[in-house]
Write a protein that binds this ligand. Structure first.
Ligand code: NAD
Length: 352
């Protein structure tokens, strides 16, 4: 086999352990932070306050205003607040929404981020930011928004409801699957992505069977760490493109949309990506697209975009947008292909 790749390692420190949250004080000291702004969503405010209380007066403010898809006014208020209090760093506690808000602050101010993820979305491992104005979501890459330190504590995911754990896990699986056929993948990325897919697919049924099973939670978060890492290292393809359009156009929920779309896109793409297909087959011990469709469905995930809120006549809008801008994909995509993929996802039928 002839190898031909570019691999770039990104800076960043990862602390992963059951109970790792107790190491936050030393991680803050390591970065020399004295006036930290803590960021969370409103519903995780109490949790964030409790988690950071051992940090005492090193916490300058708890800003519990993170919202889905980082609306521009929410980001602007957070940036202003960070300047008012003279913050020298941010701790983001929560899922992609909280980490996304910390990234918006870092993008404007350069403040370092300590991320404490509580879902499997993976944003903590990427230099990708996202902001949403009245019309659309814009994303970009900036090394300043890559968290300096990520503290993974599986105990913090014990409260993530079973159904959300499944869809969040499918969101992570989507990063790993598309990294396996990314145009800028590398042998290390392929190893991490395959291991991530194996760990997540194995852990999710155990998480649903017992959401307080710490071994299952640890395996799922480990898979999510790898998934976030390969998301940050590669260029995503058709699946992420469609989910981005669907989320932005119809305000569909993020992880749930990924869950309904992923099996359909894999059924289309994998015949043109034999190495990715072989890696996923070996990770799941089954045909990947059908396996993921049945796995997520059997664990309680909604597999129909219509049930998630997509209007039936919305397919044409998404097809037009998906055809209007080029993106990487292992297989050329026509309008008819997109109608087929989206039609199946809309109805929630098994991929063919
Ligand atoms: P989220 O952060 O909005 O979390 C979903 C809900 O679950 C929220 O209400 C949150 O408060 C709650 N929650 C989180 N952790 C919990 C826990 N342990 N127990 C109970 N409740 C909990 O959703 P998400 O799926 O984590 O992230 C989605 C967002 O992240 C999207 O905006 C997406 O675009 C973005 N994202 C960005 C990147 C990137 O690299 N920039 C990567 C993945 C996702």
């Amino acid at each position: 086999m002839t190898h031909d790749f570019v691999h770039e390692s990104r800076p960043g420190r990862v602390v992963f352990a059951v109970g790792a949250r107790t190491r936050l004080p030393e991680e803050i000291d390591r970065l020399g932070l004295r006036r930290v702004m803590v960021v969370s969503t409103p519903d995780q405010a109490n949790h964030a306050a409790e988690l950071t209380s051992p940090l005492g007066d090193r916490i300058a403010d708890l800003h519990a205003h993170a919202a889905r898809h980082v609306p521009v006014p929410v980001a602007e208020k957070a940036v202003t607040r960070s300047r008012e209090i003279g913050a020298d760093g941010c701790i983001a506690i929560g899922g992609g929404s909280a980490i996304g808000l910390a990234k918006a602050i870092a993008k404007d101010t350069g403040l370092p981020i300590i991320a404490v993820p509580t879902t499997y979305a993976g944003s903590e491992m990427t230099p990708i930011w996202g902001l949403t104005d009245a019309e659309r979501k814009t994303t970009g890459r900036d090394p300043r928004v890559l968290p300096s330190t990520v503290v993974y504590d599986p105990e913090l995911t014990l409260t993530l409801p079973g159904k959300l754990s499944v869809t969040s896990g499918m969101n992570a699986l989507a990063h790993s699957a598309e990294a396996l056929y990314a145009p800028d993948g590398s042998p290390i990325v392929a190893l991490m992505a395959a291991e991530s897919a194996r760990a997540l697919a194995d852990a999710l049924p155990r998480v649903v069977a017992d959401p307080r099973d710490i071994d299952a939670r640890s395996d799922a978060l480990y898979g999510a760490w790898l998934a976030g890492s390969v998301l940050g290292a590669t260029t995503m393809s058709l699946h992420h493109k469609l989910c981005h359009i669907l989320g932005g156009t119809f305000d569909l929920p993020h992880a749930e949309t990924h869950t309904a779309v992923l099996p359909q896109v894999l059924a289309f793409n994998l015949p043109a990506a034999p190495q990715a297909r072989a890696a996923l087959e070996s990770a799941f011990g089954a045909e990947p697209a059908g396996h993921l469709f049945h796995l997520a469905g059997s664990l309680g995930a909604e597999m129909s975009l219509k049930a998630l809120g997509m209007p039936e006549d919305g397919v044409k809008t998404v097809v037009a947008q998906a055809l209007s801008a080029p993106y990487a994909n292992p297989r050329p995509v026509t309008g008819a292909d997109l109608e087929h993929i989206l039609g199946n996802a809309l109805a929630g039928v098994a991929p063919v």
